[in-house]
Design a protein around this ligand. Structure first.
Ligand code: PRP
Ligand code: MN
Ligand code: MG
Length: 181
């Protein structure tokens, strides 16, 4: 909305740019998984809109499942130790899993989720993220599908929140300083 839009400093990606990029990624994914069954695994809550648009851009019928995780400790993600709040409903043994994320920041969340899923004997595990911040990486993550690489700034919108707000912004942007004060 225009009200929330006032809280943005810069729009980094418009809704149209996001959709166009996800369509491109969906073409790559559709080609790479041709003839294979793939399960999309979204990470709550940030990935909900990436999932919604990516899955509709994919050819054929593609199932999805979700995980919700939380870092141990109060608010800090520095440990990289994660606890599962909601596990998959699906047994992924021998399945091709594609993790769907909104952003890789430090990489600690996805690093943990990927190892956790790999321990369940899937046929394969790959990652699709809309955004990645190379400068913020604390661990290297092999991510096959990346929408956009962005600088190390706090971004909101299109599923990404600041204190649970702004997830429903259609565009992605940086927050204006007055929001913090
Ligand atoms: C955000 C984002 C990623 C993660 C990336 O989720 O959606 O899942 O942080 O950070 P990292 O690479 O440093 O681990 P958050 O924990 O804020 O939960 P949310 O998706 O519910 O907003
Ligand atoms: Mn998240
Ligand atoms: Mg968040």
């Amino acid at each position: 909305s225009s009200h929330m839009g006032n809280d943005l400093e810069n729009v980094l990606f418009t809704e149209e740019q996001i959709h166009q990029r996800l369509d491109e990624l969906a073409q790559d994914i559709g080609r790479d998984y041709e003839g294979k069954d793939v399960l999309l695994v979204g990470v709550l809550k940030g990935a909900i809109l990436v999932m919604a648009d990516l899955m509709r851009a994919l050819p054929g019928s593609v199932p999805m499942d979700w995980m919700a995780v939380s870092s141990y400790g109060s608010g800090t993600k520095s440990s990289g130790v994660v606890r599962i709040l909601k596990d998959l409903d699906t047994d992924i043994t021998n399945k091709h899993v594609l993790i769907v994320e909104d952003i890789i920041d430090s990489g600690l969340t996805l690093s943990w989720i990927r190892s956790n899923l790999e321990s369940r004997s899937p046929a394969s595990v790959e990652i699709c993220t809309l955004l990645r911040k190379p400068e913020a990486a604390k661990v290297e993550i092999d991510c096959k599908y990346v929408g956009f690489e962005i600088p190390n700034a706090f971004v909101v919108g299109y599923g990404l929140d600041f204190d649970e707000k702004y997830r429903n912004l259609r565009d992605i942007g940086t927050l204006a300083p007055h929001v913090y004060s």
